[in-house]
Ligand binder design. Structure first.
Ligand code: C2E
Ligand code: MG
Ligand code: MG
Ligand code: MG
Length: 280
């Protein structure tokens, strides 16, 4: 049966959708086994004081080295893991591995670990975190948990309860990607954050963009008024750092000070018992 050009296109389009669905399914199957096959690993990125340039901690960033596809970024596979509930196991693996690795450092830098909404609402989340800290022998005040507003919007009352429990253990809580969510201001009013991380989209080009400058200044004022320290994410160039310094932002995390690096590199750096060098 002869087909018109347009129905061929529709068929082609259907096939493409089907292909995308299969790709996603295949990736998910691989992801389920990735941890067991040692394909997941952690990178660590400097967080620096702007005033002194000293390293004040590290953010933990998950990586997946797929045997055929090569490196797959968390922006691709974390949403997939969240959609399917797989994030609960992966998230615990990240926490456990990060705590173990950080406990082996010669300098007791704090680590910041990203936690997804589905993890926080697990009834045993706090108990599991306590268990992991005890097993790894990591002091709770070295752990910071990063959550986004999406986490809080899911179940406000539960999120608040969990945050208070974590804080009572000595764990700190940072609001990640500040400014990109729905209810930044009311969230800050109600939830006991220890740090605000301004999203990279506002930090980039802050020295040239009037809009970004206004947003970053306003966030710094808000942080100062609420007595919550503010860290700027994603600063890459000298001009951005200079702007942040002039506006008395306290901390920064970005390629300017260093790209995320493997655990072994961090460990080596902590063995040199001086300030970590500024990465170029
Ligand atoms: P995030 O938590 O906001 O992490 C910061 C992201 O910005 C990281 O991307 C980091 O590599 C990148 N970044 C930092 N400085 C710069 C810079 O100067 N320039 C540019 N262009 N990028 C910079 P990454 O590692 O690809 O992670 C992306 C997102 O994936 C994270 O955003 C976080 O939301 C999520 N993610 C990563 N690891 C985990 C994890 O273990 N668990 C969960 N739930 N999410 C994770
Ligand atoms: Mg983060
Ligand atoms: Mg962020
Ligand atoms: Mg993010």
């Amino acid at each position: 049966q002869a087909k018109s050009g347009s129905s061929n296109k529709i068929e082609f389009y259907d096939n493409e959708i089907e292909q995308v669905r299969r790709d996603k399914q295949a990736l998910l199957t691989d992801l389920r086994e990735a941890a067991d096959r040692d394909e997941l690993f952690l990178n660590y990125q400097f967080q620096n004081s702007i005033a002194t340039q000293e390293v004040i901690g590290f953010e933990v960033l998950l990586r997946w080295l797929h045997p055929e596809r090569g490196m797959i970024g968390p922006d691709v596979f974390i949403p997939l893991a969240e959609e399917t509930g797989l994030i609960k196991d992966i998230g615990l693996w990240v926490l456990r591995t990060a705590c173990q690795e950080a406990a082996s450092w010669e300098v007791a830098y704090p680590i910041a670990v990203n936690v997804s909404p589905q993890q926080l609402v697990e009834p045993d989340f706090v108990a599991r975190v306590a268990e992991i800290l005890a097993e790894s022998n990591l002091a709770p005040d070295r752990l910071e948990v990063e959550i986004t507003e999406a986490t809080i919007i899911q179940d406000q009352r539960n999120a608040l309860a969990v945050m208070h429990e974590l804080k009572s253990m000595g764990i700190r809580i940072a609001m990640d990607d500040f400014g990109t969510g729905y209810s930044s201001l009311s969230t800050l009013q109600v939830f006991p954050f220890d740090k605000i991380k301004i999203d990279r989209s506002f930090v980039q080009n802050v020295h040239e963009s009037r809009q970004n400058a206004a947003i970053v200044r306003a966030t710094l004022l808000l942080g100062a008024a609420l007595d919550v320290p503010v860290l700027a994410e994603g600063a890459e160039i000298e001009e951005e750092i200079a702007f942040l310094m002039q506006e008395t932002c306290s901390a920064v995390q970005g390629f300017y000070f260093g790209k995320p690096m493997p655990a072994a590199d961090v460990r080596l750096l902590t063995m040199v018992k001086q300030d970590l060098p500024r990465a170029v």
